[in-house]
Design a protein around this ligand. Structure first.
Ligand SMILES: [Zn+2]
Ligand SMILES: [Zn+2]
Length: 237
């Protein structure tokens, strides 16, 4: 069995979706908003990926910009979902967890406008016995699928958050770090958090597991060293 570090990406609305090469096809990291499914079909055609090549859908967490068209994708492809157990009640109802806060006043102000016309719901994702529900870190599953990497539990943005770190240092971190809305001064922090110290612990865990290049769901990739710079700036402030 070949274990690879290969990946491709597409961008839909605000979300980067990453495709990791795996045995007999691809593991897709995250979908986007429900409305983006048709755009998704067009964009994967351009990078030569067929719907039928998508074997697994890895959800970093349950938010609508990540799980938005998960139900539709699974219906069309039969892909198996890989997700943390804490996501299940929210996926089943198509709603977000409620206890997250904007990271600063600028984000709060920016999102006041957005929230006025955005519905955070999404079509419910009902898991089946074929899906893979994780309880924390997992160092075996990806290797079995032909991907040279590990899955890490990385809470702080949400309580169900998972990330992937590959053996070559590429880390796909969902929303536990962002490179987005620079004018808000977030400096790699998520725009919404449940607890910023838990976010910083998750960053440390990524680095301890060899993360070197950070591929966030929102914004361009960046050097893992930026996480430590940001943490020093904001820890205890
Ligand atoms: Zn999120
Ligand atoms: Zn997001």
């Amino acid at each position: 069995m070949i274990k690879t570090n290969e990946f491709q990406s597409i961008k839909l609305s605000f979300t980067n979706c990453y495709f990791l090469r795996c045995n007999e096809g691809y593991l897709l990291i995250d979908t986007s908003y429900p409305k983006d499914y048709e755009k998704f079909e067009k964009k994967i055609e351009k990078i030569d990926i067929k719907l039928s090549d998508i074997r697994y859908l890895f959800l970093t967490h349950h938010h609508d910009d990540h799980a938005g068209f998960a139900a539709k994708l699974v219906e069309e492809t039969g892909a198996k979902i890989i997700v943390h157990k804490n996501a299940l009640p929210y996926l089943q109802q198509g709603i977000p967890e409620e206890d997250s806060q904007p990271i600063n006043k600028r984000v709060k102000f920016t999102f006041k406008l957005f929230e006025g016309f955005h519905d955070f719901g999404f079509p419910p994702v009902i898991l089946s016995e074929n899906d893979i529900i994780l309880n924390g870190d997992n160092h075996e599953l990806l290797k079995k699928l032909g991907i040279d990497g590990s899955i890490l539990y990385t809470p702080g943005h949400t309580s169900d958050h998972l990330a992937i770190v590959l053996a070559n240092g590429n880390a796909f971190v969902g929303d536990v770090a962002m490179n987005f809305l620079k004018f808000t001064g977030i400096k790699r922090r998520p725009i919404f958090v449940q607890d910023i110290n838990t976010v910083f612990e998750s960053w440390q865990k990524l680095i301890d597991h060899g993360a070197k290049s950070i591929y966030p769901a929102h914004g361009k990739p960046f050097d893992a060293k930026d996480l430590m710079i940001s943490k020093e700036k904001f820890a205890n402030s």
